[in-house]
Design a protein around this ligand. Sequence first.
Ligand SMILES: *[C@@H]1O[C@H](CO)[C@@H](O)[C@H](O)[C@H]1NC(C)=O
Ligand SMILES: *[C@@H]1O[C@H](CO)[C@@H](O)[C@H](O)[C@H]1NC(C)=O
Ligand SMILES: *[C@@H]1O[C@H](CO)[C@@H](O)[C@H](O)[C@H]1NC(C)=O
Ligand SMILES: *[C@@H]1O[C@H](CO)[C@@H](O)[C@H](O)[C@H]1NC(C)=O
Length: 421
Amino acid sequence: MLWQTFYSLLLLSLLFRCTGDESLPEVTDYEEAPMDKREREALYSAIQGFVGDSWNGSDLYPDPCGWTPIQGVSCDIYNDLWYVTDLSLGLVHENSLACSSSLEIRPQLFELKHLRSLSFFNCFISPIVIEKEEWVNFASKLESLEFRSNPGLIGKLPETIGNLTKLKSLVVLENGFNGELPTSICNVKSLKRMVLAGNLFTGMIPNCFKGLKKLLILDLSWNSLSGTLPSSVGDLVSLLKLDLSNNLVEGNLPQELGSLKNLTLLDLRNNRLSGGLSNNIEKIQSLTELVLSGNPISEDIMGIKWEKMGNLVILDLSSMGLRGEIPIGLTKLKRLRFLGLNNNKLTGLVPSEQLEALPCLGSLYINGNNLTGELGFSRKFYEKIGRRFKASKNPNLCQPFEMVMSESHKHLLPLGVKPCT
Ligand SMILES: *[C@@H]1O[C@H](CO)[C@@H](O)[C@H](O)[C@H]1NC(C)=O
Ligand SMILES: *[C@@H]1O[C@H](CO)[C@@H](O)[C@H](O)[C@H]1NC(C)=O
Ligand SMILES: *[C@@H]1O[C@H](CO)[C@@H](O)[C@H](O)[C@H]1NC(C)=O
Ligand SMILES: *[C@@H]1O[C@H](CO)[C@@H](O)[C@H](O)[C@H]1NC(C)=O
């Protein structure tokens, strides 16, 4: 019975073969999930290039889009045939396609014409410069391209990435890429996420953002980008998150930042920004996180209308050379959870009661300034905030009295603040 079924199936498939249209791609002869043979060979060869010659795809995975799936490979049907749509290489899971130390990017990779998502995680370890020509083969389909934690990827980012006009997500995170950013990335008008963080990019931030109206996330942090923040960032009208932290960006914040009406995160920490913030920063009223620490701004922060930024949850203004008193406007920010004002040149009294009245405040750093007078926080405040309050290194600041505190909470009194006499 079983044999009969087998033979009739075989016969059937042979019949199909003989009557098939010659112009159709050659397909393998099981009933479901037929795959274009060239596509399958290209997949095997491309993967073998990455994982090494001992990996034999046709042996191990005769039906890669069907009953012998390959970890990291997904497929979809186009014109009744299976094609590869997603390919991830490198160590993601235990049984994922781990890359060989002597890998090669074979041309067959670029024959996978329906590929929508390609990612490499922890794959390129030995130094390799990726050629730019072949990427244009992916121009009409690729929506997501990711290189994550590949220290061996060196040289410039191929400018042909700018030809991938369907790309929605470009993640180039923690690799060894260097040189200038290609301005061609601004041609990718479909981009929603551009993460180029943690590489060795140098040169200016390109002033070419005009077309990127759909971009939601721009993260260029942890590189060595220099020059000023270009005015065309103001054209990124959809932007939610802008992270340029840990670079060498200098000069003023451009007025145009004020046009980013949906921006929730602005992280510019550890750069060389030196121009003032006044009349600029307060225009971005959508911000929930503003981190400007570690920039030589050296401004009197009394000039900023902080009370306008009522959505702020995190505000880090530490190590900026800020002068003036703690602006009372800051104590109007009812959503504030984190306030960092440490290591500046702030003077005057601490508005303790108003700060304590902020309902969500869970971290407050005012250490390393030249604040004066008595701290006026209650015992309850110290019990709540614990060591997330610091006021030390203000030589003229004092703690008014040995508060009545339970023994177990005594240690919560701020360290390094002398008692008032
Ligand atoms: C895979 O193994 C088959 C035999 O099982 C062999 O014919 C084929 O040449 C091998 N392919 C590669 C690429 O090593
Ligand atoms: C890639 O994009 C550049 C710049 O837009 C263009 O000049 C070039 O012709 C494109 N290449 C291909 C193969 O489409
Ligand atoms: C800003 O966000 C709102 C609400 O999420 C949305 O309706 C609007 O289209 C966004 N604006 C832009 C320019 O993307
Ligand atoms: C701190 O402020 C006091 C006045 O309150 C002033 O005499 C002193 O010079 C200031 N110290 C520093 C280091 O600026």
